[in-house]
Write a protein that binds this ligand. Structure first.
Ligand SMILES: Nc1ncnc2c1ncn2[C@@H]1O[C@H](COP(=O)(O)OP(=O)(O)OP(=O)(O)O)[C@@H](O)[C@H]1O
Ligand SMILES: [Mg+2]
Length: 674
């Protein structure tokens, strides 16, 4: 069945017995492997038959043909009834092997005991498929409606008559582009994007390494490229696509894309902050509180202000009222938020908030815009940018109306480095992604995940992906090998030894299966992909800068605005509280000062009184002394102070006498003049 690796058998066997023995062993192993494969195929066929019979029985019983929760079939649970009719013909091929990863991996991994081998007839020249199988592929990829061309079948050599395509109308059934590094994922994405745009479908893609920007520049031809494209029947010409560049928070080259914190929501924010499930639900409560209190969460400082408030003395009561949010958790969230903002993430949040409808533009000539989110500037924040992509997708889901299945999608969204999105994702977060992906196709949006191995994508999401372009996989480690087998297990039955073929694929080649117009998987085809018509390297910086500068969107999103939001409101509230506290303090200080004054005044009064008393006493003493002196000088003295003064008194009261007496008195008080 499968292409045996070439061995230099003819020259060496005759001469070296150890080589001969090794080769005999190799031949034995190969026969065993083929026998095992034959048995596996027989088992698969039996399973397929059983499934088909079950399906037929169900149909006879008049029950609806329900998806079996497997692979692409699970996605079909969402399809209108008309489309679900197709399975009657197809399930035999699809059902048993389309199961989600873990289940499907089992049968493949179980070693089939070697039975009496009847190796299938091998087509000539290392071509894995025989003529019938090739014919089945040609038929499987012939569609009535408009298609995108992926490339040509490879059967040992490229078979240009066997073109591998994907119906344009099926691009909203989502897809996966996977493969080891350097195998051609980005070029596949580029080729799809270019063709979609040329057919009037806007495309959004994250340009992770900056090398997708080449879509905006015509490609460069060379002999090698032309030989390749000729061989697969591609009439290659250089061609540029209408491109718009975006940059998260304006970091890097592009029109700034920002989100408000409330727009982003607690779930996505928890993901970027790396919060656990408890903290995630607590953050939800904080958002709820802000909402209920009219505190707009525009940027990170707003959320910070709300958390600070709730963890402060003033906010304590409100925190308690919220219930389910502990001060400790609020504190942890606040710390994470501060670290996050300090790492420069605050520029991604704020206003003007990006309107995702701007991704749905078409040029005046009818071509779709390719919107590239240039992310090299934020590649050190992988969780942030992957979560941002999810945010944009969720926004699209929010704003777009239902369209059902149209003849072409409204937008195709390429989710590069998708593993970053799913890594460490909480259960709620995963459920939200799965739900968005499942439902967004009825809004005419196709999502293509681009990642290294299908294992990166949770099985619930994988089950929604109708088209697969699987580039080469490596199996260097036991884990790689396991992932490889698991990947093989997710493919429909085929004439390939996928475990081997997936390791043998050349650069720009892939194992392809897509969703047919009827919503059934097409036959698995080893495909050499078309070359993109744009540049396969980055568009030069000056050209990108000029394009950004000329963008009409720059006026709309170029300058951040800062309106009154939670931070300002809480700051004002805080200020009012501060002012009240200050007034109170001032009153207190005044009272204290008054008291002090009164105290001091009392002390002074007392002193004064004492002084007065002393003065009075002194005067009295002086009076006595005077009277004594008077007595001495005038014999008997009348001390009574009758109003009628005696003649002596009259004399004494005269000015001159007083002066004389004064001099005497002073002498008596110790001045010792006399
Ligand atoms: N369809 C194709 N036609 C012509 N050349 C191709 C094609 N696909 C890939 N190549 C060649 O292989 C190179 C690597 O491809 P690409 O950059 O797409 O790999 P990748 O899988 O995205 O790698 P990484 O994981 O490192 O991003 C391209 O630069 C190009 O030279
Ligand atoms: Mg790449």
């Amino acid at each position: 069945m499968s292409a045996a690796p070439e061995t230099p058998a003819s020259e060496s066997t005759a001469t070296d017995p150890s080589v001969a023995a090794a080769e005999a062993e190799l031949a034995r192993l190969r026969a065993e492997a083929e026998a095992a494969e034959a048995q596996l195929k027989a088992a698969q066929a039996k399973a397929a038959l059983a499934a088909a019979e079950a399906e037929a029985a169900k149909a006879r019983a008049g029950g609806p043909s329900t998806g079996s929760g497997t692979g692409a079939r699970a996605a079909e649970q969402e399809t209108p009834a008309a489309e679900r009719e197709a399975p009657a013909a197809e399930p035999a091929a699809a059902e048993p092997v389309e199961a989600p990863l873990p289940a499907a991996a089992e049968p493949v991994e179980a070693p089939a005991p070697p039975a009496s081998p009847a190796p299938p007839a091998e087509p000539a020249d290392g071509a894995p498929l025989d003529a019938d199988e090739v014919a089945a592929i040609v038929k499987g990829y012939t569609f009535e409606a408009t298609t995108l061309d992926l490339g040509a079948l490879v059967n040992g050599e490229p078979v240009p008559e066997a073109q591998i395509r994907i119906p344009l109308g099926m691009m909203n059934r989502h897809g996966l582009v996977a493969g080891a590094t350097g195998t051609g994922k980005t070029r596949t994405l580029q080729g799809l994007a270019e063709q979609l745009a040329a057919k009037g479908v806007p495309v959004f893609a994250a340009d992770i390494k900056g090398d997708l920007s080449g879509v905006a520049t015509p490609g460069e031809s060379n002999e090698k490229l032309l030989a390749r494209t000729r061989a697969i029947g591609q009439d290659w010409k250089p061609e540029a696509s209408v491109t718009e560049y975006f940059a998260l928070g304006g970091v890097g080259k592009g029109v700034p894309v920002r989100a408000t914190v409330s727009g982003f929501g607690p779930l996505l924010l928890s993901k970027v902050l790396g919060l656990n499930a408890t903290q995630e639900s607590s953050l939800g409560l904080v958002f709820h509180y802000a909402d209920a209190n009219g505190l707009a969460l525009v940027d990170l400082s707003d959320l910070r202000a709300v958390l600070t408030h709730l963890t402060s003395d003033e906010g304590k009561a409100e925190l308690k009222e919220l219930g389910g949010l502990s001060a400790a958790t609020a504190g942890v969230i606040l710390r994470e938020l501060i670290t996050f903002a300090d790492a420069g993430a605050d520029v991604f949040f704020g206003e003007p908030e990006f309107a995702v409808t701007d991704f749905l533009r078409t040029a005046p000539d009818g071509r779709g815009f390719i919107s590239l989110l240039e992310v090299p500037g934020v590649i050190d924040k992988p969780a942030l940018f992957s979560t941002f992509l999810m945010y944009l997708l969720a926004e699209l889901f929010e704003i777009l109306p239902e369209v059902g299945d149209a003849d072409k999608p409204k937008l195709v969204f390429f989710f590069d480095e998708a593993h970053l999105l799913f890594k460490d994702a909480s259960k709620d977060f995963l459920a939200a992604i799965t739900q968005t992906v499942r439902l967004i196709r009825s809004k005419g949006v196709g999502v293509f995940f681009v990642t290294q191995t299908p294992k990166d994508v949770p099985s619930d999401v994988l089950a929604q992906l109708g088209s697969r372009v699987q580039h080469a996989l490596r199996a260097f480690t036991p884990d790689d090998a396991k992932a490889l087998r698991a990947t093989v297990g997710t493919y429909p039955k085929s004439g390939y030894d996928l475990e081997r073929v997936l390791q043998e694929l050349g650069t720009g080649e892939a194992i392809v299966t897509v969703m047919s117009e009827k919503g059934a998987p097409t036959p698995v085809a080893w495909t050499r992909l078309r070359a993109p018509q744009g540049l396969m390297s980055p568009t030069p910086d000056p050209a990108i800068e000029a394009a950004v500068k000329a963008s009409p969107l720059l006026a709309k999103y170029g300058t951040p605005i800062d309106r009154e939001s939670a931070r300002e409101i809480l700051a004002a509230k805080m200020k009012a509280a501060d002012d009240a506290a200050a007034a109170e303090e001032a009153a207190l200080a005044k009272a204290k000062a008054d008291a002090e004054y009164a105290k001091q005044k009392a002390a002074i009064d007392k002193q004064q009184a004492a002084a007065d008393k002393a003065a009075a006493a002194a005067e009295k003493k002086a009076q006595q002394e005077y009277e004594r002196l008077l007595k001495k000088t005038a014999g008997t003295t009348r001390t009574s102070r009758s109003s009628q003064k005696s003649p002596i008194e009259q004399i004494l009261n005269s000015k001159s006498t007083q002066t004389i007496l004064g001099g005497v008195i002073r002498g008596i008080f110790g001045t010792g003049r006399r």
